[in-house]
Design a protein around this ligand. Sequence first.
Ligand SMILES: [Zn+2]
Length: 309
Amino acid sequence: MLYVVKAELARTAGELERHEGVLIAGVLDVRRAFATARKRQSTGYAGAGVEWASPSRCPTALELGNRLSDCALAVLAASAGWEGNDLAIAVAIALAESGGQVDALSFNPNGTSDEGLWQINSVHGNPVSCTLDPKCNADLAFALYESDGRSFGSWTTYEAGRHLAFLERARAALTLGPPAVTWICPVDPPHRLSDDFGAPRYGGGYHPHAGNDIFAPVGTPVRAPFAGVAVEAPSELGGLGVRVEGAFGYVYNAHLSRYGALGPVPAGAIIGYVGNSGNAATTAPHDHFEWHPDYGEAVDPFTHLLAAC
Ligand SMILES: [Zn+2]
């Protein structure tokens, strides 16, 4: 019996070795393909980089205190020196590390600190005063990448693949232009869209309706129409509200009955549930939905909603 088991183990080990061989060959193939693609792509991306690498083309450089817009982050990374696919990865890493928060600072149990946009560890001797400056942080991050042979091995976020959830958003930030986004419907069925942008509203004094109301039963999931950061935004009028801040602007959902996922979310994540909180207490439950492209004034989201819902 023991021999049978041994033989079986030996066979399995042999198979594993063969598998491993194939795997390693596969990884090398992928690496080679990636390197070729990178070479091919870098011209295209670099060109695009030159075209948009002007902060003035970003809707807003800084917003919500010390948080950089995705676009500004992309400009910063490009100006530090990243190009091509690595530019997208660098932006994704910063999003994963700090969420674009310029003054992000975390202290590690071993007495070191992770500082700024790219959370650069103080073991590299960086003075905090410099790392909390966006440009300085980007330059330090790029220097690290260079000294590692143009790789991101210094970032555990990268090694663990945690930046992957932000790649789509990073790539979106690299292509300024009209939001070529296909939204996911912000409210699950059954629901009813109202084409009521600009309609008179009197709650909290007269104002034109800044969004569309999407009527649905209490508890119906409310979803992020695109990838972004879901942020609590409660108010007296809006009740429980959530903003989803994406590469091209933000949406605002109001009158929720409760919150869902907050923080970085992929498109389609449940960020809350339909309700009638705030000044909707006496009306039918609905999601008051606003769309603020480029983080500016609300515009009518109806065509987006028609396409998505
Ligand atoms: Zn409304």
